[in-house]
Design a binder for this molecule. Structure first.
Ligand SMILES: [Zn+2]
Length: 154
């Protein structure tokens, strides 16, 4: 397995398996209201790929993003760390994770974790989580004894 977590975004040509998984999930998305189909694929620390699609609901706010489904699949599959994640929209316009999903990703990723934005035909841009969610609140903030927590309890 390649080591991506400390090296920043990986070259997009190394992420074609993620693109294929996300595009396949996107093709099965349930988006009858917006018709905005999205797929997401995560490479877990074990090397396993977890993919999911957005799932809308007649009660609109109940719908879920593709990234949320992929994270749930990763957890159910036994992985706990996101090595790399790709989000596939309709293209060619840039589709990045929404704000809530950036926070969801933060729970299982570092600031250096690559996030690729793609259309069905290829990756359009690559970022790190730190670029998309700078100064993020995360699990580290809740660990006793960290400087942040010592400062906030006073
Ligand atoms: Zn989202």
């Amino acid at each position: 397995m390649q080591e991506h977590t400390e090296s920043g975004p990986v070259p997009p040509e190394d992420s074609l398996d993620l693109l294929q998984a996300a595009a396949a999930a996107r093709a099965r998305a349930y988006a009858p209201y917006s018709r905005f189909f999205v797929g997401a694929a995560i490479r877990g620390e074990s090397g396993t790929i977890y993919a999911a699609a957005n799932v809308e609901n007649a009660a609109y706010p109940v719908g879920t993003c593709a990234e949320a489904g992929a994270i749930a699949a990763m957890i159910a599959g036994g992985d706990r760390r996101i090595v790399e994640i790709l989000v596939c929209g309709p293209g060619p316009a840039l589709v990045t994770p929404c704000g809530a999903c950036r926070q969801r990703i933060r729970e299982f990723a570092s600031a250096r974790t690559p996030i690729h934005a793609a259309g069905p035909d290829g990756i359009t841009a690559s970022f790190t989580l730190g670029e998309l969610l700078p100064m993020a609140f995360g699990p580290d903030n809740l660990e006793p004894g960290t400087p942040q927590n010592e400062a906030t309890v006073r």
